[in-house]
Write a protein that binds this ligand. Sequence first.
Ligand code: UDP
Ligand code: UDP
Length: 447
Amino acid sequence: MPAPANPAHVALLPSAGMGHLTPFLRLASSLISLGCRVTLLRPLPIVSSAESLQFSDFLSSHPSVHCLDLHLLPFQPSSADSTDPFFLQFESISRSAPLLLPQLLLPLEPKPSALVTDIFLTSSVAPVSRTRLNLPCFVLFTSSASMLSLCASFNIPGSPFVDASMVPPVLRDPNNLFAQQFSNNGAALVATDGVLVNTFDALEPRALAALNQGEVLEGLPRVFAIGPLKPLESKRARARELEWLDQQPERSVVYVSFGSRTALSEEQIKELARALERSGFRFMWVVKTQVVDKEDEEGLEGLFGEGFMERVKERGLVVKDWVEQGEILAHGAVAAFVSHCGWNSMTEAAMHGVRVLAWPCNGDQRINAGVVEAAGMGRMLKGWEWGCGGEKVVAGEVVEEALREIMEDAMVGAGAARVREEAVRAVVVGGSSRESLAELIEKLSKS
Ligand code: UDP
Ligand code: UDP
């Protein structure tokens, strides 16, 4: 595509956690490759090492990006607030951003033509953007279009898009601070200029049509399905996980990971280890025992039960570190992905045609698991019931049976392959997401 005469200059303000930062940086990279100028706002301090590294890798490989540090103001959480460090960071950014954005963006030359922010910051940032900065404000919704339907209609009594079994426990308590913010951010969507979603028409046709035809919420701005967003290219040396995968037969490995910030309980880790051992499948398992990576210093010893590592060493690799998940899912030896259904992970599985055993833990994950099932690329674990956090432990036998089912189900294998083809089609020239992105860029440059 030729560079536009008057290129868009987009300021991007992400919130916290890799699940949010990753799609922002992928979007930034796509915008740059299509001729846009990008100013990136970086909230400091950063919670996890993975985020710090991602910022520095991105900035060194995209030297044209102008990065502005947003030094968060001191914030004392009350004892009633959640103790989840990412959640506290959402709150801290949403308090600081309205005060700091004018200082950072008003003097900027050339002036940005639009601001893109995170759904968790919408109610605090959109009004400032539009009134004080005089900038159109777009939201990058970091989950699925189906989750966007729930978010946008959360305040509408009797909305068919709010199915109680899909709503995470934390959102069922109207006094919970997170539930209140979720509701405020959903309500603020009507006062934005557009919503970007890392999905594609063929993956979520019904949700996208309902959103754009005003069935979910009257007055909702245009929803742009621009995914799957292309992962950033890694400049690092080829990891040992990939070398290990090279030694495994085609489509034989079960890859197990619950994302960047979900720690399983010790009991659940033991049951999952039993399942992987009993199943006999080859596997690669990324284990996390703490929410924040910096605190995850415990070794693997004693985690799985006596002798596990020795018994599975010929066919299993256990990792307790950050892995290049995109490259793992792209490897031909991987057959299935046991996942908590974080949306970035799901778009990556879709892109590479990897079938999913869905084991949702909290937040948007139950809804995302539903998307994966409806698309025919995965199945949900029975008996999970918002499990992995520790309140409920799913027995090894249940997981083992589910592993067999997913590995042996040819229909789901074919479904995953079909979704991959559709994902590729969406992003090539003339594809639905590629066209949406072009339309979006035109809108972003007009101010
Ligand atoms: N990820 C990774 N290596 C890891 C853990 C996670 O590359 O060891 C990436 C993963 O590919 C995805 C993102 O981090 O792009 C996690 O986002 P997701 O929405 O899947 O889940 P969250 O971590 O927010 O729960
Ligand atoms: N959370 C929490 N206590 C609360 C509210 C939220 O611990 O009172 C956490 C919870 O872990 C949840 C996260 O905040 O996972 C944010 O929710 P969501 O999963 O929708 O966001 P994401 O995983 O994309 O960051």
